[in-house]
Design a protein around this ligand. Structure first.
Ligand code: HEC
Ligand code: HEC
Ligand code: HEC
Ligand code: HEC
Length: 456
């Protein structure tokens, strides 16, 4: 090798690695897919080790958050083992997800190359899910955009966190600017499918929205500050980050996300008249869109009903607006999710009901499509997406229902009730796959009602 080619072979990659931020104190660091199998479980402490003696309060919070269940939670287990792994073993385009799902859901198993990890019932270290050591060994990320677990983990004596000069007998504290940034969360909260589609974009939605501009980050809503101690023998601080990570699995977090008011265009009407009811929905709580994250699974829908003076109930379908792709945002009696047949070895699988909510209700969603253009809940099998009809941060959307009062409607008060519901998983899919019922318990986000007077 002459000097120039040696320089090109060694020097150029080195400079590239330095400029990408991949060279750190302990050598060349790997991120994303590259990090598969680059570490051992024994490089990391268990959450019980961190929690039991020193960080008990934080440990108890984390135990109740989804972070401690990201691998063991029943729906995750079903989707990974029943759908993702079988498809990955057949379809070369998505083969990488057999390892890749674990890069976010159980990063230590991914780093240890323990693929696929044993099922949760076996009680291996994969069950630690997103553990203390996963986050507190992260030193940065590769590239400029956080996504697909492109964090860099450097296990050892140094623990990265918000404070310096408070060394514990167990470890050295190193102040990390990275952990304090939304980019840190984005390494797992943005995901690109093997087809190059953004199938999870919570961080990108936040970045494009009003909260990023105001300097309000993920931590401010999901890891709120409280006074107290962060370690049992440590000092007290006014601002200890709570490890609640409350989101979709906390009805209290979801409730009230959207403010909702309904008003009529006229206060008195007669049988045969048309009355228009307007529902105004305002996203007052989320820093990203609603719903966000696992958008392929979630369903948010607006249901409007009228009750007359004799107690008869009328379901009012939402007026169509006529935008492109709207059919995916109006609940229908139609089949979808045929691509579950790939993993289930049933190429003629007809699919299951698309929505499982009353026909004619408005759905706030963005549909995901498989390579054949059919709606899918398999984000790794997503090649394109449809209209994005979700509620952005601080966005107001207006929906209307036009009710032609039946000739038989009795005189007296007519009450119109509008209710917005959120469900974590489309019910027909959950029923088909045997996902426990708590995953499909509808959460009432908000409701409001108004009354008009029917006169003869
Ligand atoms: C202004 C407050 C606020 C900010 C900032 C914020 N969130 Fe949220 N987030 C919420 C609320 C409220 C919910 C509950 C409603 C919902 O599910 O969207 C939520 C829900 C979530 C969910 C569950 C979504 C679902 O439907 O499964 C995730 C994941 C999440 N947030 C992550 C993040 C991340 C990552 C960031 C930063 C990039 C962030 N959030 C910034 C308020 C916020
Ligand atoms: C999903 C990532 C994540 C997980 C999991 C996690 N943490 Fe944290 N932790 C953070 C972030 C982010 C901060 C705050 C960083 C900042 O504000 O600069 C933090 C802060 C802390 C602090 C410092 C609190 C203070 O104010 O002094 C301690 C101690 C801590 N975590 C311990 C733990 C323990 C113990 C566990 C496991 C039971 C755990 N963490 C799990 C991300 C995580
Ligand atoms: C190492 C990957 C990783 C990092 C880093 C990470 N998360 Fe998560 N987070 C996850 C996974 C995986 C889940 C899904 C758990 C499950 O299976 O439901 C999740 C779930 C959540 C939820 C939803 C909980 C619910 O009730 O549904 C919130 C909120 C959240 N994370 C916030 C954050 C915030 C804020 C940060 C940054 C401070 C962060 N996450 C950093 C992997 C991560
Ligand atoms: C880039 C990180 C990342 C990758 C890769 C990833 N996930 Fe997730 N996953 C998350 C996060 C973050 C959430 C939580 C989002 C939310 O709360 O809406 C989540 C949520 C889920 C949920 C819904 C959990 C619930 O409680 O409702 C399932 C199921 C799931 N993932 C399965 C998988 C499977 C299977 C794969 C591989 C094909 C995979 N994930 C790959 C980060 C990831």
């Amino acid at each position: 090798m002459n000097r120039l080619s040696r320089w090109l072979a060694v020097g150029l990659p080195l400079i590239l690695a330095i400029s990408l931020g991949l060279i750190t104190s302990s050598g060349l660091q790997k991120a994303g897919d590259e990090a598969l199998g680059s570490r051992k479980y024994s490089d990391y402490q268990t959450p019980a080790f961190c929690g039991i003696q020193c960080h008990n309060d934080i440990y108890q919070q984390w135990k109740q958050a989804m972070m401690s269940q990201a691998y063991t939670h029943h729906w995750d287990e079903i989707e990974y083992f029943k759908l993702a792994v079988p498809q990955a073993e057949k379809d070369p385009v998505v083969a990488g997800v057999k390892a890749g799902c674990n890069g976010c859901h159980t990063p230590l198993a991914f780093l240890a190359g323990d693929i696929p990890p044993a099922v949760p019932a076996k009680g291996t270290r994969a069950n630690e899910s997103v553990s203390c050591e996963v986050c507190h060994t992260i030193t940065g990320m590769a590239g400029d955009t956080p996504f697909n677990f492109n964090w860099v983990s450097e296990p050892g004596k140094n623990k990265y966190g918000p404070r310096q000069n408070a060394n514990s007998p167990e470890h050295n504290l190193v102040k990390s600017d990275f952990l304090a940034k939304a980019d840190f969360c984005g390494t797992c909260h943005n995901e690109k499918s093997p087809y190059g589609v953004w199938v999870k974009s919570t961080h990108l939605e936040w970045k494009a929205g009003p909260y990023a501009e105001e300097g309000v980050k993920c931590h401010d809503c999901h890891m709120t500050y409280a006074p107290g101690k962060s370690a049992s023998m440590g000092a007290s601080y006014p601002d200890v980050r709570q490890h609640l990570f409350h989101g979709a699995h906390d009805p209290g977090k979801v409730r009230g996300t959207i403010e909702l008011r309904v008003h009529p265009d006229i206060n008195e009407a007669s049988p045969g008249d048309k009355v228009k009811f307007t529902v105004v929905l305002f996203n007052q709580k989320t820093g990203h869109k609603f719903p966000t994250g696992s958008v392929e699974d979630r369903i948010v829908w607006l249901h409007v009903e009228a009750v007359d003076a004799r107690g008869n109930v009328y379901h009012l379908p939402i007026d169509k607006k006529g935008f492109e792709g709207e059919e995916y945002t109006i609940a229908a009696d139609t089949l979808a999710y045929q691509d579950m047949g790939i993993a289930l070895n049933d190429p003629n699988f007809k699919g299951v009901q698309r929505d499982g909510v009353p026909v004619g209700d408005r759905i706030f969603r963005m549909p995901y499509f498989d390579p054949q253009g059919r709606m899918t809940i398999q984000q790794w099998n997503t090649k394109s997406q449809g209209v994005d009809y979700r509620l952005g941060p601080k966005e107001t959307k207006i929906e209307t229902c036009t009710f032609a009062l039946p000739d038989t409607i009795p005189a007296g008060p007519l009450t119109v009730k509008a209710t917005l519901y959120y469900q974590r998983l489309v019910k027909p899919v959950a029923d088909f796959l045997g996902v426990p019922a708590d995953e499909t318990e509808p959460i009432e986000v908000n409701r409001h009602q108004t009354t008009i007077n029917v006169v003869d």
